[in-house]
Structures are given as C-alpha cells and as structure tokens.
Design a protein around this ligand. Structure first.
Ligand code: THU
Length: 160
C-alpha cells in the first residue's frame, strides 16, 4: 500500500494594487461586464475574459434560462466563443469576476474546469486563471491542472 500526496501552489494578492497595470485593467473590464450577465434566477452574476496569445480579449457572462439546465456559466460562454472565433489561437489566461463573494474569490464549477482543462491539453500550454469577487483578494493559478488534478482525459476514447 502506498499513500500519495501532492500540494498545489497559487498566489494570493490582497489588493489589485499589487498587480501589473495590464491585469488591473483587465480585472476592471471584467467587473464592468458583470452587468451583461443574464442571471434573473440566481442573481449571481459572473463575468469571464479569455486573453488569447496575441492579446485578443473575448468576454463572456453567465446566461440563464427558465429551463434551468439550458443556461451556461460565464467561463464556458467566454471559452466557447473564443475557440469558435479563433480556433488556432491559444488561450493564455482567463480572468474571472463574480459580483457576490466574501474575502475569497469564487472558484469555477466542475463543468467549467473540465472544459478549460481540455483546451489546455489541446493547446499543450497551461491556461492561467485569475479569480476575484468584487471585494475580494485576487487568486492566481498557473494552470487548470492545479484546480482539476486527475482530470478525465479523452485520449482513451480514441483507442481501439
Ligand atoms: N456560474 C458561473 O457562471 N460560473 C461558475 O463557475 C459557477 C456558477 C453561474 C451559473 C449560474 O448562472 C449562476 O452562476 C449560479 O450558479
């Protein structure tokens, strides 16, 4: 028998003042886009910005529906839009902001982690995640692999 363990590193910033100007601006823009969310049911607004390898920014906000499961999280709206419009560009980072939250940022749901993870594997380059709730600290993860260890990997589907 063997017990395995691992640790996850992420960076916490108490204030956006500790970030570079580019990231500060992107966080501000993502926060401004919270008003584009369509969240009449949960009243939980989320905004996400994909930053591509050439600096292109693709925004997304959560979009809900009266038939609840038909709605989609902000992260997936942004990532699917980015990959539909620019299939050959890599995603460098995703900046995510939630309107509600306490001292700590809100982390993406499992479904979004799985989707982002697959693009990370496809582009063979990690995607940095920058997370913030309006009044919270900022958390930066260097790869989705840190938030979804032991992810299901579609490579087995291609065998046999
Ligand atoms: N939501 C997101 O947009 N991203 C997440 O990572 C978690 C949840 C949305 C989905 C739904 O519109 C609302 O937040 C409440 O779950």
């Amino acid at each position: 028998m063997k017990v395995h363990s691992f640790t996850i590193d992420f960076t916490e910033y108490d204030s956006t003042d500790q970030l570079d100007e580019g990231l500060k601006t992107r966080l501000k823009k993502t926060e401004e886009f919270l008003s584009h969310a369509y969240a009449p049911y949960s009243k939980f607004q989320v905004s996400a910005m994909c930053v591509l390898d050439d600096g292109t920014e693709v925004m997304g906000t959560n979009q809900e529906n009266a038939a609840y499961p038909s709605g989609l999280c902000a992260e997936r709206v942004a990532v699917f839009a980015a990959k539909s419009r620019f299939p050959d560009k890599k995603i460098d980072k995703i900046v995510i902001t939630t309107a509600k939250g306490d001292d700590q940022p809100v982390t993406p749901c499992g479904g979004c982690r799985q989707v982002i993870m697959e693009y990370e594997q496809q582009q063979q380059q990690p995607i940095q995640l920058v997370l913030k709730a309006v009044d919270s600290k900022v958390w930066v993860f260097q790869s989705m692999n840190d938030l979804l260890p032991f992810a299901f990997n579609g490579s087995l589907l291609k065998k046999g």
